[in-house]
Design a protein around this ligand. Structure first.
Ligand SMILES: Cc1cc2nc3c(=O)[nH]c(=O)nc-3n(C[C@H](O)[C@H](O)[C@H](O)COP(=O)(O)OP(=O)(O)OC[C@H]3O[C@@H](n4cnc5c(N)ncnc54)[C@H](O)[C@@H]3O)c2cc1C
Ligand code: SF4
Length: 486
Protein backbone atom coordinates (compact mmCIF):
# COMPACT_ATOMS: atom_id res chain seq x y z
CA UNK A 1 0.00 0.00 0.00
CA UNK A 2 1.17 3.55 -0.71
CA UNK A 3 0.85 5.96 2.24
CA UNK A 4 -1.72 4.55 4.73
CA UNK A 5 -2.71 8.09 5.76
CA UNK A 6 -2.04 9.82 2.42
CA UNK A 7 -5.69 10.39 1.58
CA UNK A 8 -6.19 12.00 5.01
CA UNK A 9 -3.15 14.28 4.95
CA UNK A 10 -2.78 15.27 1.29
CA UNK A 11 -5.29 17.09 -0.90
CA UNK A 12 -5.69 16.47 -4.62
CA UNK A 13 -3.35 18.55 -6.75
CA UNK A 14 -3.20 18.33 -10.55
CA UNK A 15 -0.76 19.36 -13.27
CA UNK A 16 -0.45 23.15 -13.52
CA UNK A 17 -1.29 24.80 -16.84
CA UNK A 18 0.61 27.69 -18.37
CA UNK A 19 -1.09 31.14 -18.30
CA UNK A 20 -3.69 31.48 -21.06
CA UNK A 21 -2.11 34.61 -22.56
CA UNK A 22 1.21 32.74 -22.91
CA UNK A 23 -0.05 29.42 -24.27
CA UNK A 24 -2.42 30.75 -26.96
CA UNK A 25 0.66 32.24 -28.63
CA UNK A 26 2.20 28.81 -29.20
CA UNK A 27 1.15 25.22 -29.95
CA UNK A 28 3.04 23.42 -27.20
CA UNK A 29 1.24 21.38 -24.57
CA UNK A 30 -0.66 23.58 -22.15
CA UNK A 31 1.01 22.20 -19.01
CA UNK A 32 3.90 23.81 -17.12
CA UNK A 33 6.83 21.53 -18.01
CA UNK A 34 8.18 19.66 -15.01
CA UNK A 35 5.39 20.83 -12.67
CA UNK A 36 4.11 17.34 -11.89
CA UNK A 37 7.19 15.48 -10.75
CA UNK A 38 7.74 17.35 -7.44
CA UNK A 39 4.15 16.62 -6.32
CA UNK A 40 3.34 13.29 -7.91
CA UNK A 41 4.71 10.84 -5.33
CA UNK A 42 2.57 12.46 -2.64
CA UNK A 43 -0.41 12.40 -4.98
CA UNK A 44 0.14 8.68 -5.68
CA UNK A 45 0.31 8.24 -1.90
CA UNK A 46 -3.38 9.25 -1.69
CA UNK A 47 -4.30 5.84 -3.17
CA UNK A 48 -5.99 3.86 -0.39
CA UNK A 49 -5.29 0.43 -1.94
CA UNK A 50 -8.96 -0.02 -1.18
CA UNK A 51 -9.11 -3.78 -1.61
CA UNK A 52 -11.57 -3.83 -4.50
CA UNK A 53 -10.06 -1.29 -6.87
CA UNK A 54 -13.04 -0.14 -8.94
CA UNK A 55 -10.58 1.95 -10.97
CA UNK A 56 -9.52 -1.33 -12.67
CA UNK A 57 -13.03 -1.69 -14.06
CA UNK A 58 -13.27 2.01 -14.83
CA UNK A 59 -10.16 1.71 -17.02
CA UNK A 60 -10.90 -0.19 -20.25
CA UNK A 61 -7.30 -1.43 -20.23
CA UNK A 62 -7.63 -2.78 -16.69
CA UNK A 63 -4.56 -0.75 -15.70
CA UNK A 64 -3.01 -1.97 -12.42
CA UNK A 65 -3.49 1.42 -10.81
CA UNK A 66 -2.93 0.72 -7.07
CA UNK A 67 0.25 -1.22 -7.94
CA UNK A 68 1.86 1.61 -9.88
CA UNK A 69 0.58 4.20 -7.41
CA UNK A 70 2.51 2.32 -4.75
CA UNK A 71 5.72 2.28 -6.81
CA UNK A 72 5.30 5.96 -7.70
CA UNK A 73 4.83 6.80 -4.01
CA UNK A 74 8.08 4.95 -3.25
CA UNK A 75 9.76 6.62 -6.26
CA UNK A 76 10.62 3.24 -7.77
CA UNK A 77 10.00 4.56 -11.26
CA UNK A 78 11.41 1.55 -13.10
CA UNK A 79 9.04 -0.86 -11.35
CA UNK A 80 6.16 1.59 -11.85
CA UNK A 81 6.88 1.73 -15.59
CA UNK A 82 7.04 -2.07 -15.81
CA UNK A 83 3.58 -2.42 -14.16
CA UNK A 84 2.17 0.34 -16.35
CA UNK A 85 3.40 -1.30 -19.53
CA UNK A 86 1.99 -4.66 -18.42
CA UNK A 87 -1.44 -3.44 -19.53
CA UNK A 88 -0.88 -0.37 -21.71
CA UNK A 89 1.36 -0.07 -24.76
CA UNK A 90 1.16 3.72 -24.91
CA UNK A 91 0.61 5.36 -21.50
CA UNK A 92 2.01 8.64 -22.81
CA UNK A 93 -1.06 8.89 -25.08
CA UNK A 94 -3.66 7.97 -22.47
CA UNK A 95 -1.86 9.87 -19.69
CA UNK A 96 -2.36 13.03 -21.76
CA UNK A 97 -5.61 12.40 -23.60
CA UNK A 98 -7.79 9.98 -21.68
CA UNK A 99 -10.94 11.36 -20.02
CA UNK A 100 -9.91 9.16 -17.05
CA UNK A 101 -13.01 7.08 -16.32
CA UNK A 102 -10.78 5.39 -13.72
CA UNK A 103 -10.94 8.56 -11.61
CA UNK A 104 -14.75 8.56 -11.75
CA UNK A 105 -14.60 5.01 -10.34
CA UNK A 106 -11.92 5.72 -7.69
CA UNK A 107 -13.22 4.65 -4.24
CA UNK A 108 -11.77 7.79 -2.68
CA UNK A 109 -14.03 9.85 -4.98
CA UNK A 110 -17.14 8.63 -3.13
CA UNK A 111 -16.63 11.43 -0.63
CA UNK A 112 -13.35 13.16 -1.59
CA UNK A 113 -11.59 14.27 -4.78
CA UNK A 114 -10.26 11.19 -6.66
CA UNK A 115 -6.63 10.17 -6.83
CA UNK A 116 -4.97 11.96 -9.80
CA UNK A 117 -4.53 8.65 -11.61
CA UNK A 118 -4.03 10.14 -15.07
CA UNK A 119 -1.33 12.54 -13.82
CA UNK A 120 0.48 9.68 -12.07
CA UNK A 121 0.30 7.65 -15.28
CA UNK A 122 1.83 10.37 -17.42
CA UNK A 123 4.53 11.11 -14.84
CA UNK A 124 5.61 7.45 -14.72
CA UNK A 125 5.91 7.17 -18.48
CA UNK A 126 7.59 10.54 -19.01
CA UNK A 127 10.13 9.64 -16.34
CA UNK A 128 10.63 6.22 -17.97
CA UNK A 129 11.42 7.81 -21.34
CA UNK A 130 13.77 10.34 -19.73
CA UNK A 131 15.67 7.71 -17.78
CA UNK A 132 16.00 5.28 -20.71
CA UNK A 133 13.67 2.65 -19.21
CA UNK A 134 11.64 2.43 -22.43
CA UNK A 135 13.66 0.22 -24.74
CA UNK A 136 12.76 -1.94 -27.77
CA UNK A 137 11.53 -5.43 -26.90
CA UNK A 138 12.13 -7.46 -30.06
CA UNK A 139 10.87 -11.07 -30.06
CA UNK A 140 13.31 -13.86 -29.22
CA UNK A 141 12.33 -15.81 -32.31
CA UNK A 142 10.14 -15.32 -35.34
CA UNK A 143 7.04 -17.40 -36.02
CA UNK A 144 7.39 -17.21 -39.80
CA UNK A 145 3.81 -15.82 -39.99
CA UNK A 146 2.92 -12.46 -41.46
CA UNK A 147 0.25 -9.92 -40.51
CA UNK A 148 -0.96 -6.76 -42.28
CA UNK A 149 -2.46 -4.03 -40.08
CA UNK A 150 -4.62 -1.49 -41.93
CA UNK A 151 -4.50 1.88 -40.17
CA UNK A 152 -1.90 3.36 -37.82
CA UNK A 153 -4.08 4.93 -35.11
CA UNK A 154 -3.80 3.74 -31.52
CA UNK A 155 -5.71 0.50 -32.29
CA UNK A 156 -3.46 -0.44 -35.22
CA UNK A 157 -0.29 0.49 -33.35
CA UNK A 158 -1.26 -1.50 -30.25
CA UNK A 159 -2.17 -4.57 -32.34
CA UNK A 160 1.06 -4.25 -34.33
CA UNK A 161 3.27 -3.94 -31.26
CA UNK A 162 1.67 -6.94 -29.54
CA UNK A 163 1.89 -9.13 -32.65
CA UNK A 164 5.48 -8.11 -33.43
CA UNK A 165 6.53 -8.94 -29.87
CA UNK A 166 4.78 -12.31 -30.24
CA UNK A 167 7.16 -13.07 -33.11
CA UNK A 168 5.00 -12.38 -36.17
CA UNK A 169 6.21 -10.20 -39.02
CA UNK A 170 3.92 -7.17 -39.05
CA UNK A 171 3.47 -4.46 -41.66
CA UNK A 172 1.29 -1.43 -40.85
CA UNK A 173 -0.37 0.22 -43.88
CA UNK A 174 -1.43 3.86 -43.54
CA UNK A 175 -3.04 5.98 -46.25
CA UNK A 176 -1.85 9.28 -44.72
CA UNK A 177 1.72 10.49 -45.14
CA UNK A 178 2.56 9.97 -41.47
CA UNK A 179 1.86 7.33 -38.86
CA UNK A 180 -0.49 7.93 -35.92
CA UNK A 181 -4.12 8.12 -37.12
CA UNK A 182 -6.12 10.75 -35.23
CA UNK A 183 -3.26 11.15 -32.75
CA UNK A 184 -1.25 12.63 -35.63
CA UNK A 185 -3.90 14.32 -37.77
CA UNK A 186 -6.82 15.51 -35.69
CA UNK A 187 -5.68 15.95 -32.11
CA UNK A 188 -3.82 19.28 -31.79
CA UNK A 189 -0.30 19.62 -30.41
CA UNK A 190 -1.50 21.67 -27.44
CA UNK A 191 -3.15 18.45 -26.20
CA UNK A 192 -0.27 16.14 -27.17
CA UNK A 193 3.01 17.05 -28.84
CA UNK A 194 3.85 14.68 -31.70
CA UNK A 195 7.28 13.81 -30.31
CA UNK A 196 5.43 11.23 -28.21
CA UNK A 197 4.20 9.39 -31.31
CA UNK A 198 7.56 9.67 -33.06
CA UNK A 199 9.57 8.01 -30.34
CA UNK A 200 7.06 5.16 -29.99
CA UNK A 201 7.32 4.53 -33.72
CA UNK A 202 11.11 4.43 -33.41
CA UNK A 203 10.75 1.86 -30.63
CA UNK A 204 8.35 -0.21 -32.76
CA UNK A 205 10.67 -0.07 -35.79
CA UNK A 206 13.54 -1.28 -33.62
CA UNK A 207 11.35 -4.19 -32.50
CA UNK A 208 10.74 -5.14 -36.14
CA UNK A 209 7.36 -3.58 -37.05
CA UNK A 210 7.38 -2.22 -40.59
CA UNK A 211 5.42 0.84 -41.72
CA UNK A 212 4.14 1.73 -45.18
CA UNK A 213 2.64 5.21 -45.45
CA UNK A 214 0.66 6.72 -48.35
CA UNK A 215 -0.77 3.28 -49.12
CA UNK A 216 -4.53 2.97 -49.04
CA UNK A 217 -5.82 -0.58 -48.88
CA UNK A 218 -8.71 -0.94 -51.30
CA UNK A 219 -7.22 1.67 -53.66
CA UNK A 220 -3.44 1.20 -53.86
CA UNK A 221 -3.45 -2.47 -52.86
CA UNK A 222 -6.63 -4.48 -53.15
CA UNK A 223 -7.92 -6.87 -50.52
CA UNK A 224 -7.22 -10.01 -52.59
CA UNK A 225 -3.54 -9.09 -52.99
CA UNK A 226 -3.21 -8.35 -49.29
CA UNK A 227 -4.82 -11.69 -48.40
CA UNK A 228 -2.34 -13.52 -50.65
CA UNK A 229 0.65 -11.70 -49.13
CA UNK A 230 -0.26 -12.09 -45.44
CA UNK A 231 -1.43 -14.89 -43.18
CA UNK A 232 -3.76 -12.55 -41.26
CA UNK A 233 -5.10 -9.00 -41.46
CA UNK A 234 -6.19 -6.51 -38.76
CA UNK A 235 -8.57 -3.79 -39.96
CA UNK A 236 -7.91 -0.75 -37.74
CA UNK A 237 -9.10 1.85 -40.23
CA UNK A 238 -11.04 4.02 -37.75
CA UNK A 239 -14.49 5.55 -38.12
CA UNK A 240 -13.47 8.51 -40.19
CA UNK A 241 -16.70 9.51 -41.99
CA UNK A 242 -17.86 12.82 -40.49
CA UNK A 243 -21.55 13.41 -39.71
CA UNK A 244 -22.90 16.15 -42.01
CA UNK A 245 -25.41 18.93 -41.39
CA UNK A 246 -27.68 19.05 -44.45
CA UNK A 247 -29.23 22.50 -43.95
CA UNK A 248 -29.55 25.33 -46.52
CA UNK A 249 -26.20 27.07 -47.06
CA UNK A 250 -24.10 24.00 -46.16
CA UNK A 251 -22.37 24.34 -49.55
CA UNK A 252 -21.05 27.85 -48.78
CA UNK A 253 -17.29 28.43 -48.68
CA UNK A 254 -16.07 28.50 -45.09
CA UNK A 255 -18.30 25.67 -43.83
CA UNK A 256 -16.01 22.69 -43.18
CA UNK A 257 -15.93 19.41 -41.36
CA UNK A 258 -13.72 19.65 -38.26
CA UNK A 259 -11.57 16.95 -39.82
CA UNK A 260 -10.92 19.16 -42.85
CA UNK A 261 -9.87 21.98 -40.53
CA UNK A 262 -7.80 20.32 -37.76
CA UNK A 263 -5.38 18.20 -39.84
CA UNK A 264 -4.28 21.28 -41.83
CA UNK A 265 -3.22 22.92 -38.61
CA UNK A 266 -1.31 19.71 -37.69
CA UNK A 267 0.38 19.94 -41.10
CA UNK A 268 1.55 23.48 -40.39
CA UNK A 269 3.10 22.20 -37.17
CA UNK A 270 4.78 19.33 -39.06
CA UNK A 271 6.36 21.94 -41.35
CA UNK A 272 4.48 20.86 -44.51
CA UNK A 273 2.58 24.18 -44.84
CA UNK A 274 3.51 27.72 -43.83
CA UNK A 275 -0.07 28.73 -43.08
CA UNK A 276 -3.25 26.72 -42.98
CA UNK A 277 -5.46 27.17 -46.08
CA UNK A 278 -8.41 27.11 -43.65
CA UNK A 279 -7.49 29.62 -40.98
CA UNK A 280 -9.60 31.31 -38.31
CA UNK A 281 -7.43 34.43 -38.31
CA UNK A 282 -9.59 37.57 -37.92
CA UNK A 283 -12.83 35.58 -38.40
CA UNK A 284 -15.92 34.98 -36.33
CA UNK A 285 -15.81 31.23 -35.83
CA UNK A 286 -18.72 28.97 -34.95
CA UNK A 287 -18.04 25.36 -33.95
CA UNK A 288 -21.05 23.06 -34.17
CA UNK A 289 -20.75 20.18 -31.71
CA UNK A 290 -19.90 20.26 -28.02
CA UNK A 291 -17.51 17.27 -27.71
CA UNK A 292 -13.73 16.75 -27.77
CA UNK A 293 -13.45 17.42 -31.50
CA UNK A 294 -15.35 20.69 -31.06
CA UNK A 295 -13.09 21.72 -28.16
CA UNK A 296 -10.05 21.02 -30.35
CA UNK A 297 -11.49 23.38 -33.00
CA UNK A 298 -12.01 26.04 -30.30
CA UNK A 299 -8.38 25.81 -29.10
CA UNK A 300 -7.06 25.82 -32.67
CA UNK A 301 -9.16 28.87 -33.62
CA UNK A 302 -7.85 30.77 -30.57
CA UNK A 303 -4.28 30.07 -31.60
CA UNK A 304 -4.96 31.16 -35.18
CA UNK A 305 -6.23 34.55 -33.93
CA UNK A 306 -10.01 34.26 -34.36
CA UNK A 307 -12.09 37.43 -33.80
CA UNK A 308 -14.59 35.37 -31.77
CA UNK A 309 -15.30 31.69 -31.11
CA UNK A 310 -18.74 30.27 -30.30
CA UNK A 311 -19.39 26.58 -29.72
CA UNK A 312 -22.93 25.26 -30.20
CA UNK A 313 -24.39 22.14 -28.65
CA UNK A 314 -27.83 20.70 -29.33
CA UNK A 315 -28.06 18.99 -25.93
CA UNK A 316 -28.76 20.88 -22.68
CA UNK A 317 -25.83 22.02 -20.52
CA UNK A 318 -24.71 19.07 -18.35
CA UNK A 319 -24.78 19.42 -14.56
CA UNK A 320 -21.70 19.95 -12.39
CA UNK A 321 -22.64 17.12 -9.99
CA UNK A 322 -23.48 13.48 -10.74
CA UNK A 323 -27.11 12.99 -11.80
CA UNK A 324 -29.01 10.35 -9.77
CA UNK A 325 -29.05 7.98 -12.76
CA UNK A 326 -25.23 8.19 -13.06
CA UNK A 327 -24.11 7.13 -9.57
CA UNK A 328 -20.56 6.26 -8.52
CA UNK A 329 -18.66 4.33 -9.96
CA UNK A 330 -20.12 5.04 -13.43
CA UNK A 331 -18.61 7.67 -15.68
CA UNK A 332 -20.94 10.69 -15.37
CA UNK A 333 -21.77 13.21 -18.07
CA UNK A 334 -20.58 16.40 -16.38
CA UNK A 335 -19.99 19.99 -17.47
CA UNK A 336 -16.32 20.06 -18.53
CA UNK A 337 -14.04 23.05 -18.86
CA UNK A 338 -11.24 21.89 -21.13
CA UNK A 339 -8.02 23.85 -21.59
CA UNK A 340 -9.48 25.24 -24.84
CA UNK A 341 -12.53 26.56 -22.98
CA UNK A 342 -10.34 28.21 -20.35
CA UNK A 343 -8.82 30.18 -23.21
CA UNK A 344 -12.05 31.97 -24.12
CA UNK A 345 -15.06 31.79 -26.39
CA UNK A 346 -18.71 31.24 -25.63
CA UNK A 347 -20.63 27.98 -25.31
CA UNK A 348 -24.32 27.88 -26.23
CA UNK A 349 -26.46 24.87 -25.31
CA UNK A 350 -29.84 23.57 -26.50
CA UNK A 351 -29.62 25.15 -29.95
CA UNK A 352 -29.98 23.78 -33.46
CA UNK A 353 -28.65 25.36 -36.65
CA UNK A 354 -31.39 26.08 -39.20
CA UNK A 355 -29.33 27.54 -42.08
CA UNK A 356 -26.28 29.52 -43.15
CA UNK A 357 -26.22 32.71 -45.23
CA UNK A 358 -23.39 33.92 -47.45
CA UNK A 359 -22.23 36.91 -49.48
CA UNK A 360 -22.44 37.24 -53.27
CA UNK A 361 -19.10 35.38 -53.65
CA UNK A 362 -20.53 32.37 -51.84
CA UNK A 363 -18.61 32.84 -48.57
CA UNK A 364 -20.46 32.04 -45.36
CA UNK A 365 -21.28 35.17 -43.33
CA UNK A 366 -23.83 34.10 -40.75
CA UNK A 367 -25.35 31.15 -38.96
CA UNK A 368 -29.04 31.02 -38.01
CA UNK A 369 -30.07 28.97 -35.02
CA UNK A 370 -33.05 28.26 -32.82
CA UNK A 371 -33.41 27.01 -29.25
CA UNK A 372 -34.58 23.43 -28.84
CA UNK A 373 -35.93 21.30 -26.02
CA UNK A 374 -36.70 17.63 -25.49
CA UNK A 375 -40.42 16.91 -25.05
CA UNK A 376 -41.55 13.31 -24.61
CA UNK A 377 -38.16 12.16 -25.92
CA UNK A 378 -38.49 14.30 -29.09
CA UNK A 379 -36.46 17.38 -29.96
CA UNK A 380 -38.72 20.39 -30.55
CA UNK A 381 -37.87 23.89 -31.75
CA UNK A 382 -38.99 26.79 -29.49
CA UNK A 383 -40.77 29.35 -31.65
CA UNK A 384 -39.57 32.93 -31.35
CA UNK A 385 -36.06 31.98 -30.18
CA UNK A 386 -34.26 32.35 -33.52
CA UNK A 387 -30.82 34.01 -33.34
CA UNK A 388 -28.18 34.96 -35.88
CA UNK A 389 -24.44 34.72 -35.28
CA UNK A 390 -21.76 36.27 -37.47
CA UNK A 391 -19.73 33.40 -38.95
CA UNK A 392 -16.94 33.46 -41.51
CA UNK A 393 -15.68 30.02 -40.53
CA UNK A 394 -17.96 27.19 -39.39
CA UNK A 395 -16.64 23.78 -38.35
CA UNK A 396 -18.88 20.74 -38.10
CA UNK A 397 -17.83 18.58 -35.16
CA UNK A 398 -20.92 16.44 -34.72
CA UNK A 399 -19.32 13.02 -34.57
CA UNK A 400 -18.57 10.28 -37.07
CA UNK A 401 -20.86 7.81 -38.78
CA UNK A 402 -18.53 4.85 -39.41
CA UNK A 403 -15.64 3.47 -41.36
CA UNK A 404 -14.81 4.85 -44.81
CA UNK A 405 -16.63 2.92 -47.57
CA UNK A 406 -15.31 5.01 -50.48
CA UNK A 407 -12.07 3.05 -50.99
CA UNK A 408 -13.74 -0.36 -51.40
CA UNK A 409 -12.01 -1.88 -48.36
CA UNK A 410 -15.23 -3.22 -46.81
CA UNK A 411 -16.63 -4.58 -50.10
CA UNK A 412 -13.36 -6.11 -51.37
CA UNK A 413 -12.86 -8.10 -48.17
CA UNK A 414 -16.59 -8.89 -48.05
CA UNK A 415 -16.83 -7.62 -44.46
CA UNK A 416 -20.21 -7.76 -42.75
CA UNK A 417 -21.30 -4.61 -40.92
CA UNK A 418 -23.36 -4.45 -37.73
CA UNK A 419 -26.62 -2.53 -37.37
CA UNK A 420 -24.66 0.67 -36.57
CA UNK A 421 -22.57 0.46 -39.74
CA UNK A 422 -19.37 -0.70 -37.99
CA UNK A 423 -17.40 -3.79 -39.00
CA UNK A 424 -19.04 -6.75 -37.21
CA UNK A 425 -16.84 -9.04 -35.10
CA UNK A 426 -17.09 -12.00 -32.74
CA UNK A 427 -15.75 -12.36 -29.18
CA UNK A 428 -12.19 -12.79 -30.56
CA UNK A 429 -12.45 -9.62 -32.69
CA UNK A 430 -12.64 -11.85 -35.80
CA UNK A 431 -14.77 -10.58 -38.70
CA UNK A 432 -16.91 -12.88 -40.86
CA UNK A 433 -13.86 -13.41 -43.14
CA UNK A 434 -11.43 -16.05 -41.78
CA UNK A 435 -8.09 -14.50 -40.82
CA UNK A 436 -9.41 -10.92 -40.91
CA UNK A 437 -9.78 -9.17 -37.55
CA UNK A 438 -10.98 -5.68 -36.60
CA UNK A 439 -9.97 -3.29 -33.79
CA UNK A 440 -10.70 0.24 -32.62
CA UNK A 441 -13.21 2.72 -33.99
CA UNK A 442 -13.69 0.60 -37.18
CA UNK A 443 -15.50 -2.01 -35.11
CA UNK A 444 -16.61 -0.07 -32.01
CA UNK A 445 -17.64 3.15 -33.71
CA UNK A 446 -16.28 6.54 -32.72
CA UNK A 447 -14.78 6.12 -29.26
CA UNK A 448 -11.66 6.84 -27.21
CA UNK A 449 -7.93 6.19 -27.40
CA UNK A 450 -8.01 3.98 -24.33
CA UNK A 451 -10.61 1.74 -25.99
CA UNK A 452 -8.64 1.68 -29.24
CA UNK A 453 -5.53 0.44 -27.41
CA UNK A 454 -7.56 -2.12 -25.46
CA UNK A 455 -9.16 -3.36 -28.70
CA UNK A 456 -5.80 -3.50 -30.51
CA UNK A 457 -4.37 -5.62 -27.69
CA UNK A 458 -7.40 -7.91 -27.63
CA UNK A 459 -7.54 -8.34 -31.41
CA UNK A 460 -3.82 -9.19 -31.37
CA UNK A 461 -4.58 -12.12 -29.07
CA UNK A 462 -7.30 -13.30 -31.48
CA UNK A 463 -4.85 -13.12 -34.40
CA UNK A 464 -2.09 -14.84 -32.43
CA UNK A 465 -4.45 -17.71 -31.58
CA UNK A 466 -5.53 -17.96 -35.22
CA UNK A 467 -1.90 -18.13 -36.39
CA UNK A 468 -0.37 -20.21 -33.58
CA UNK A 469 -3.27 -22.23 -32.17
CA UNK A 470 -2.80 -20.65 -28.71
CA UNK A 471 -1.70 -17.30 -27.31
CA UNK A 472 -0.05 -15.87 -24.23
CA UNK A 473 -1.04 -12.34 -25.20
CA UNK A 474 -3.57 -10.63 -22.88
CA UNK A 475 -7.07 -9.70 -24.04
CA UNK A 476 -8.26 -6.89 -21.75
CA UNK A 477 -11.73 -6.62 -23.27
CA UNK A 478 -14.42 -8.25 -25.37
CA UNK A 479 -16.12 -6.30 -28.16
CA UNK A 480 -19.30 -5.78 -26.16
CA UNK A 481 -17.56 -4.43 -23.03
CA UNK A 482 -18.53 -0.92 -22.02
CA UNK A 483 -16.51 -0.54 -18.75
CA UNK A 484 -18.77 1.55 -16.55
CA UNK A 485 -20.54 3.17 -19.51
CA UNK A 486 -17.75 5.15 -21.23
C1 LIG B 1 -10.37 15.80 -33.21
C2 LIG B 1 -10.47 14.59 -32.33
C3 LIG B 1 -10.05 14.69 -31.02
C4 LIG B 1 -10.11 13.58 -30.20
N1 LIG B 1 -9.66 13.71 -28.92
C5 LIG B 1 -9.64 12.62 -28.12
C6 LIG B 1 -9.14 12.72 -26.80
O1 LIG B 1 -8.74 13.78 -26.34
N2 LIG B 1 -9.13 11.59 -26.04
C7 LIG B 1 -9.57 10.39 -26.51
O2 LIG B 1 -9.50 9.38 -25.79
N3 LIG B 1 -10.07 10.27 -27.76
C8 LIG B 1 -10.11 11.36 -28.58
N4 LIG B 1 -10.61 11.24 -29.84
C9 LIG B 1 -11.03 9.90 -30.32
C10 LIG B 1 -9.80 9.04 -30.68
O3 LIG B 1 -8.86 9.81 -31.39
C11 LIG B 1 -10.22 7.81 -31.50
O4 LIG B 1 -11.18 7.08 -30.77
C12 LIG B 1 -9.01 6.90 -31.77
O5 LIG B 1 -8.00 7.59 -32.46
C13 LIG B 1 -9.44 5.67 -32.59
O6 LIG B 1 -8.32 4.94 -32.92
P1 LIG B 1 -8.28 3.96 -34.18
O7 LIG B 1 -6.90 3.40 -34.22
O8 LIG B 1 -9.42 3.02 -34.14
O9 LIG B 1 -8.57 4.88 -35.46
P2 LIG B 1 -7.86 6.22 -36.03
O10 LIG B 1 -7.07 6.93 -35.01
O11 LIG B 1 -8.97 6.96 -36.70
O12 LIG B 1 -6.87 5.65 -37.11
C14 LIG B 1 -7.33 5.01 -38.28
C15 LIG B 1 -6.27 5.16 -39.35
O13 LIG B 1 -6.58 4.30 -40.44
C16 LIG B 1 -6.20 4.94 -41.65
N5 LIG B 1 -6.94 4.31 -42.73
C17 LIG B 1 -8.29 4.31 -42.92
N6 LIG B 1 -8.61 3.56 -44.01
C18 LIG B 1 -7.43 3.09 -44.50
C19 LIG B 1 -7.11 2.26 -45.62
N7 LIG B 1 -8.07 1.78 -46.42
N8 LIG B 1 -5.80 1.98 -45.85
C20 LIG B 1 -4.81 2.48 -45.02
N9 LIG B 1 -5.08 3.26 -43.97
C21 LIG B 1 -6.37 3.56 -43.70
C22 LIG B 1 -6.60 6.39 -41.39
O14 LIG B 1 -5.92 7.26 -42.27
C23 LIG B 1 -6.19 6.57 -39.94
O15 LIG B 1 -4.85 7.03 -39.86
C24 LIG B 1 -10.61 12.34 -30.69
C25 LIG B 1 -11.06 12.26 -32.00
C26 LIG B 1 -11.00 13.37 -32.82
C27 LIG B 1 -11.49 13.28 -34.22
S1 SF4 C 1 -5.83 4.75 -19.48
FE1 SF4 C 1 -7.42 6.25 -18.89
S2 SF4 C 1 -8.85 5.07 -17.64
FE2 SF4 C 1 -6.96 3.85 -17.75
S3 SF4 C 1 -5.72 4.46 -15.95
FE3 SF4 C 1 -5.09 5.81 -17.64
S4 SF4 C 1 -6.36 7.64 -17.44
FE4 SF4 C 1 -7.34 6.02 -16.23
Amino acid sequence: MADPKGFLTTGREVARTRPVEERVKDWNEVYVPGSLLPIISKQAGRCMDCGIPFCHNGCPLGNLIPEWNDYAYREDWTAASERLHATNNFPEFTGRLCPAPCEAACVLSINQPAVTIKNVEVSIIDKAWDSGDVTPQPPERLSGKTVAVIGSGPAGLAAAQQLTRAGHTVVVYERADRIGGLLRYGIPEFKMEKVHINRRIEQMRAEGTKFRTETEIGRDINAATLRKRYDAVVVAAGATVSRDLPVPGRELKGVHFAMEYLPLSNKVREGDLTVSPISAEGKHVVVIGGGDTGADCVGTAHRQGAASVTQLEIMPKPGEERAPHQPWPTFPMLYKVTSAHEEGGERVYSVSTTHFEGDEEGNVQSLHMIEVEFKDGKLEQKTGTERVLPAQLVTLAMGFTGTDRSNGLVEQFGLELDERGNVARDADFATNVPGVYVAGDAGRGQSLIVWAIAEGRSAARGVDRYLSGASDLPAPIRPTDRALTV
